[in-house]
Write a protein that binds this ligand. Sequence first.
Ligand code: SF4
Ligand code: SF4
Ligand code: SF4
Length: 247
Amino acid sequence: MKPKVAFFDFTSCEGCQLDALNITGEELLDLANAVDIVNFREVKTDRSDDYDIAFIEGSISREAEIPRLQAIRNQAKVIVALGACACIGGVNCLKNHLPMEEALRIVYGEAAKYYDTIPARPINAVIPVDYYVRGCPPPTAEFLKVVKALLLGKKPDIPNHPVCVQCKMAGNVCVFERGMTCLGPVTRAGCDAICVTAGRICWGCRGLVDDPNTDSEKDILQKYGLTAEQVMEKFKIYDTYLEVMPK
Ligand code: SF4
Ligand code: SF4
Ligand code: SF4
């Protein structure tokens, strides 16, 4: 019997699910042979509430999402957080810096009274999570790596060193040398430092390494004459949840 797999989305742009659909060729055939996808709104209309593995995309930002997520946890043997919104709260948590009424007013204007919202949170703030597929969106290779590991009942080999390691391996000139700031020193690698290689900075979409080297971060700030505020501003994009916990 192949394990039955379901995909669910909560507050998200659905980019992580779309990216999972980018799997092609032999990898797609291997996946199709290994699992039975019984629930995936972007792919099929048939739906089943009988599944073993649930991939959850998105953060939790409405009260009504909490019981829905808990029901999925009760059904699934394995829960996988898919993408930055689900793993760390991600961009949805930016609103946590504001009173919720103000966030609603900014987005919906006069129609705000018709909507409800709560401070956004990652799914592990509501239910236990078994596996994490990190990134915004996650690299396809990492998605497949996690799927293979969970099918084998193993722990996936996800890097716990900073993006800087892969950035150096890619031969990039550090953006600090160009007067910019970057979260690579404290962000979990696994993306091949794709943003820096493309001429940008690391915004921290994969979340922090388990033991971020804050001394090294302070040294960098001192060396380049930067303030802690300049770096903290960058953390707001993906890591607000750590900074502003929901009430
Ligand atoms: S992690 Fe990024 S790509 Fe995925 S749902 Fe959230 S915003 Fe979209
Ligand atoms: S550009 Fe960013 S990721 Fe690359 S070495 Fe510098 S701080 Fe690290
Ligand atoms: S470089 Fe940083 S922001 Fe870009 S994908 Fe990697 S972790 Fe995410």
